[in-house]
Design a protein around this ligand. Structure first.
Ligand code: ASP
Length: 469
């Protein structure tokens, strides 16, 4: 059994869906296949906008919803021959009418909960998977459609629900063990809570659906089909000479996906790595390209760095003061205050003098974070044990990632030497004890230069030497 997941751009229109169909046709010649699909590209955003407009009492939601309906209807008309369209067209109509009813409810009540948002966006994946399954069936390729929400059970944290693997794994394993079909179609992204209420797995969560299914079986392989030919050594929008990474370990992929490489949704890695399932990143528009394989062991380890990544819009918050030295519990209070407001911390540094703790976070959270930390330490600030928290914005994180950095002294020397020689000031540094990631916080305006000099140093020179570049 293999699991293939196709993202929003791979199913954005009829022409792209036809490419997906060709890939699936090829695959089913050799194995049983489960196909997981995203909503048509852009539809999740449109459905969120519709629900938001309706909640604001803005009738423009009707026009947007109508456009979404027309897009699905037009895709069906282009994909499926006229004699076989009617059942699919009426299914699309029915589903769009349901969405309209829900939006009318939101509009009348002027109230939109996370739970209702999940219900609305779930239609994106239901529609795409139903349409693609219908297309396969009209081509005499029997395809069994399964509602993922009946197999994947989560908590009720709408918008980004956590999977209950003890229930989910059993449901998935039992379902597929009992079915005799050779081709299955599932909507990605959607699940349900213990009471059967629709939930979603977070934006980009269709990758995760595919990984959950693959791990529960377990499948021989997971393929994530997207619009690039694999994970790259750096962001191609910033560096001209980027290369596809042919193979990468689960941990490296996890580090790179967290740090800006949007090729795979980070939670996807955990289920497949726990079962050692090789996971390929493949390009729907260039299926002949090798892609990247993410697996336990990698063989091509000539370079100690696997990739360079970056995140923009970072703010650095620093808590400083002599009153922190040698006092247990300061960091606990700091992180607790942030956790209560659900503020995600991306990077942490603390000097060994214990005189300051620095946290990096998305800049959009910085003002709220400052207010709550100042409040949490109000007594210490008033008694001059610590200073009011300082906030610096317009920052970015640049990170070197590679399992092999561990056995190679001098990488950070090279990294910071290069940044220094090129006039890039480093505001904070973090390296985990796994030595798999060295992160530097720098000014946003220096990111392009920093990534280019690092790419040249760690990839272009090395590759040139061994004739790979
Ligand atoms: N459709 C969802 C999104 O746009 C999930 C996905 O495509 O993975 O976030």
């Amino acid at each position: 059994m293999q699991v293939l997941k196709f993202g929003g751009s791979s199913v954005a229109n009829a022409a792209n869906i036809n490419k997906v169909i060709e890939i699936v046709k090829e695959k089913i010649k050799t194995d049983k296949i489960i196909v997981v699909v995203s909503a048509f590209g852009g539809i999740t955003d449109i459905l969120l906008q519709c629900s938001q407009l309706a909640a604001e009492g803005n009738e423009a939601y009707k026009k947007k919803l109508h456009e979404a309906e027309l897009r699905h209807l037009a895709t069906v008309k282009e994909l499926i021959s006229i004699t076989q369209q009617s059942a699919v067209l009426s299914l699309v109509k029915t589903l769009c009418n349901e969405m309209e009813d829900i939006c009318t409810g939101i509009f009348l009540l002027k109230e939109l909960s996370e739970r209702t948002k999940d219900r609305i966006v779930s239609y994106g994946e239901i529609l795409s998977s139903k349409i693609i399954a219908a297309k396969l069936n009209t081509e005499a390729i029997t395809c069994e459609w399964i509602n993922s929400a009946e197999l994947i059970v989560t908590n009720a944290n709408y918008g980004s629900a956590a999977v209950d693997f003890s229930i989910t794994d059993k449901k998935i394993a039992d379902y597929f063990a009992a079915s005799t079909s050779t081709l299955f179609m599932m909507p990605g992204f959607i699940a349900s809570d213990i009471n059967g209420v629709t939930t979603t797995l977070g934006r980009g969560g269709s990758d995760y659906t595919a990984a959950i299914v693959a791990a529960a079986l377990p499948a021989k392989v997971l393929e994530i089909w997207t619009d690039v030919s694999g994970m790259m050594t750096a962001d191609p929008r910033l560096v001209a000479n980027v290369k596809i990474i042919p193979e990468i370990s689960y941990q490296e992929a996890m580090e790179l996906s967290h740090f800006g490489a949007k090729v795979i949704y980070p939670p996807t890695i955990q289920p497949v790595s726990s079962k050692g399932i090789p996971t390929w990143i493949k390009n729907t528009f260039a299926p002949q390209d090798n892609g990247t394989v993410i697996q336990k062991e990698t063989t091509n380890n000539t370079n100690s760095i696997r990739g360079i990544s970056s995140i923009n819009s970072i703010a650095l918050l620093s808590l400083e003061g002599s009153g922190m030295i040698g006092i247990p519990g300061f960091s606990k209070r700091l992180f607790e205050a942030l956790a209560v407001k659900k503020i995600n911390v991306i990077l942490i540094t603390q000097s060994s003098s214990e005189h300051s703790i620095c946290v990096g976070m998305d800049a959009s959270n910085a003002d709220v974070a400052k207010a709550i930390i100042d409040e949490a330490f109000a007594y210490e600030i008033e008694t001059k044990k610590v200073d009011p928290i300082t906030v610096e914005k317009d920052l970015a994180i640049v990170a070197l990632v590679g399992d092999n950095m561990k056995s190679h002294p001098g990488i950070s020397g090279k990294m910071f030497g290069n940044l220094g020689r090129n006039g890039v000031n480093v505001r904070a540094i973090a390296q985990g004890s796994s030595e798999r990631n060295i992160s530097a916080v720098i000014c946003t305006q220096d990111v392009k230069k920093a990534i280019n000099v690092l790419h040249e140093e760690f990839f272009e020179t090395v590759y040139k030497e061994i004739n790979l570049f």
